[in-house]
Design a protein around this ligand. Structure first.
Ligand SMILES: *Cc1c(COP(=O)(O)O)cnc(C)c1O
Length: 218
């Protein structure tokens, strides 16, 4: 199947309650444009440079989510290009984004990335540290915290991802109950090509899908 058929099939199965982010790393501008024309509303990019290369073809016909690891020296460009940064996992990164957003006259939407698998080499805050980070980010006037994102450990069997999605859902619910002023728990971003059905069962309302839209990465 082609990109457009893949997008239409996934959107039909997702239904209206779950947003679809096309995870576009390594894909050409023409491929990403096809996905957007088929109905993808959000493009997810892992690298600021790649996003800048694809952006002219797509522009603001889609929203742009940053889903990679953001280096501080890329924060300025990221604030200009992206509508939402899904991967904020430290107050230092939050402060940098806040500063850049103020300079750009913009309010930056962010998600808190949770290291649900407690993997030392992985990005994200540990589940028990999410609330403290949410409070620090809430104090930054140019940031709007809108939810939580996780990757989870890579698993061949999607069922193996379920406990990590459930753990992230608990963080999301706890942050919602904490009712921190300036923090809204609207988006729960979890699930990729092989695991999105399990993620949605566990409460995800934003899935990030690359391979199942575009085919295997080169
Ligand atoms: C690549 C990527 C995805 C999508 O992965 P697929 O397995 O190709 O669907 C989702 N989220 C992030 C953060 C990624 O880097």
């Amino acid at each position: 199947m082609g990109i457009a058929e893949n997008v239409k099939a996934i959107l039909a199965e997702l239904g209206p309650g779950v947003g679809l982010v096309a995870a576009a790393k390594t894909r050409s501008a023409a491929e990403v444009l096809q996905a957007v024309e088929a109905g993808v509303g959000i493009v997810g990019e892992n690298y600021v440079q790649e996003a800048a290369a694809v952006f002219p073809a797509v522009g603001r016909r889609a929203r742009w989510h940053f889903i990679g690891r953001l280096q501080k020296n890329k924060a300025k460009k990221a604030v200009e290009l992206f509508d939402l940064i899904e991967t904020v996992d430290s107050a230092a990164l939050g402060r940098e984004l806040d500063k850049r957003a103020a300079a750009a006259g913009k309010t930056m939407e962010v998600l808190i990335e949770v290291n649900s698998g407690r993997e030392p080499q992985k990005a994200g805050v540990l589940p028990e540290a999410a609330e403290a980070l949410a409070r620090e980010l809430a104090a930054l006037p140019r940031l709007r915290v809108l939810g939580v994102m996780t990757m989870g450990p890579f698993a061949g069997d999607p069922e193996d991802s379920r406990p990590y999605f459930a753990e992230t859902r608990r963080v999301f619910d706890a942050l919602r109950r904490a009712a921190i002023p300036g923090v809204e728990m609207r988006l729960l971003s979890m699930g990729m090509s092989h695991s999105w059905r399990v993620a949605v069962e566990e409460g995800s309302n934003l899935v990030r899908i690359g391979t199942a839209i575009f085919g295997p990465r080169p």
